[in-house]
Write a protein that binds this ligand. Structure first.
Ligand code: SF4
Length: 200
C-alpha cells in the first residue's frame, strides 16, 4: 500500500526520541535549580478565612470564604467540616458566582396592569412597590376574628389574626438567616401561606 507520509526508519525515530528526552531533562534540571521556575501567586494569598455554610440545601456543607479588603475573593469547601470534609457538590462549588457576578440582575421588568409592553425599573422601585402592595392588601384583608357556625348550630368565634390574601414562595438559594427573618416578618404580618424549597 502506498503512502504520502515520509518514511522514518527505526534508528532515526529512536535518535529523535532521545534528543527530545535530553531537552526535557535539561529543562527539568534548570527548573529544579530554580532557573526557569515560575510560580503564580495564590488568589487566596493574604486573605482572611471565614467559616460559613453553603446556602443551597439542607445538607449544610461547611465552606471557607476568603476575604480581602472587605471583598470575597474565593469560596471553597471547609476541610474542618465533618459534613463535607472540604468537598462541595457542583452547586455549592459555584457559590462564589452567586455572590460575585457581573451578570447579577439589578433591574426588574415590569408590565403595568393592562399594559402590553415590559418596562425596566430599578430594584429599589420594585421593593417599594411590593412593600406598598403588601401593606394595602393586609390592611384590606386582615381578620382578627373567624366566625362561623358549628355542627350543633352554635356560633363559633376564634381569634385568628391572619390574612389569607398574601402568600410567600421562597427559593432554594435563600439562606438560613434570610429564611428566619422572612418567617418572622410574614408571621408577624399574619401570613399563613409560607412555603420554601428549603422549608422555613
Ligand atoms: S455543597 Fe451541595 S450538597 Fe452541600 S449544602 Fe451546598 S448544595 Fe447542598
Amino acid at each position: 500500500m502506498s503512502s504520502d507520509r515520509p518514511s522514518v526508519d527505526r534508528r532515526t525515530f529512536l535518535k529523535a526520541g532521545a534528543a527530545g528526552l535530553g531537552v526535557a531533562g535539561v529543562a527539568a534540571e534548570r527548573a529544579g535549580a530554580g532557573e526557569a521556575a515560575v510560580s503564580m501567586p495564590l488568589k487566596t494569598e493574604g486573605t482572611r478565612e471565614v467559616a460559613s455554610v453553603c446556602p443551597y440545601c439542607a445538607v449544610g456543607c461547611g465552606q471557607l470564604v476568603s476575604v480581602r479588603d472587605g471583598q470575597i475573593v474565593n469560596i471553597e469547601g471547609n476541610p474542618a467540616s465533618p459534613i463535607n470534609e472540604g468537598t462541595l457538590c457542583p452547586k455549592g462549588a459555584a457559590t462564589y458566582q452567586l455572590v460575585v457576578n457581573p451578570q447579577r440582575i439589578t433591574r426588574v421588568r415590569y408590565r403595568r396592569p393592562g399594559g402590553t409592553a415590559w418596562e425596566e425599573r430599578p430594584l429599589d422601585w420594585a421593593m417599594d412597590r411590593i412593600a406598598r402592595l403588601v401593606k394595602e392588601t393586609r390592611d384590606a384583608t386582615f381578620r382578627e376574628w373567624w366566625e362561623s357556625t358549628g355542627p350543633d348550630g352554635q356560633p363559633i368565634r376564634k381569634r385568628v389574626n391572619h390574612t389569607l390574601a398574601i402568600a410567600s414562595l421562597g427559593g432554594a438559594t435563600i439562606d438560613n438567616e434570610w429564611n428566619y427573618l422572612q418567617a418572622k416578618l410574614l408571621r408577624a404580618l399574619g401570613v399563613v401561606a409560607i412555603e420554601n424549597q428549603a422549608r422555613t
